[in-house]
Design a protein around this ligand. Structure first.
Ligand SMILES: [Zn+2]
Ligand SMILES: [Zn+2]
Ligand SMILES: [Zn+2]
Length: 211
């Protein structure tokens, strides 16, 4: 039986070989968000990505530009009104970070590195799941032979005729890493802003932290 995950992977392969544009939002809809941790209150929040910044800068009735690296909880509590949270003091990003709940560029880079490490570790963890109703999961490859099953794909539940396949596939890992790279790709996001004035405004807003 073909699992839904298998068919999702097959679709992914088809899209990759089809040279599908990285701009295709749908491709990344099911990816996990890039989760950052606030240096002040340790709250976790999703990094919205450079695209969110572009969207707000180019919106007709532009709302406030999102501060991508600011903790929403601390911002709501008024920490960002501290004058040191201002972009005018980029010389002390670490101090601002702990005082106002806003990540510095170095903190962002470090947390991204940790997240990427988590994804790769999950892939190498090699958890397998049975594609039949029993739904069993294991990290132990069963070496039993069963009909024409490929080596290592037989369910360890000998009563089950299902096949074991990776819970987290290579395609999943590739897509998740691409998702993160895309969220952080400031040049690509800026290139989408046609208006030169707005483009330089957006670049100025993120430059101190995205460099
Ligand atoms: Zn916070
Ligand atoms: Zn099974
Ligand atoms: Zn076995």
């Amino acid at each position: 039986a073909q699992t839904s995950r298998d068919s999702a992977s097959a679709r992914e392969d088809a899209m990759l070989s089809g040279g599908c544009s990285l701009d295709d939002e749908d491709r990344y809809k099911l990816c996990e968000p890039l989760v950052l941790q606030c240096p002040k209150c340790t709250e976790r929040f999703d990094f919205k990505g450079c695209g969110a910044l572009v969207a707000s800068v180019t919106a007709a009735n532009a709302p406030s530009v999102p501060d991508l690296l600011a903790c929403p909880k601390c911002a709501a509590a008024g920490a960002m009104t501290d004058p040191e949270a201002s972009m005018s003091t980029p010389s002390k990003p670490a101090e601002v970070a702990y005082k106002c709940g806003k990540l510095s560029g170095a903190m962002l880079a470090n947390q991204v590195k940790l997240r990427l490490h988590d994804y790769v570790a999950r892939y190498y963890d090699g958890r397998l799941r049975c594609d039949e109703a029993c739904g069993c999961e294991t990290r132990n490859i069963c070496c039993a032979a069963q009909g024409d099953a490929a080596p290592g794909t037989v369910s360890f539940n000998s009563m089950c005729t299902g096949r074991m396949s990776r819970v987290y596939t290579e395609a999943d890992l590739y897509k998740q890493i691409s998702h993160v790279v895309r969220l952080l790709d400031l040049p690509a996001a800026l290139a989408k802003i046609a208006d030169e004035g707005k483009r330089s405004e957006a670049a100025r807003l993120v430059a101190p932290f995205m460099g």
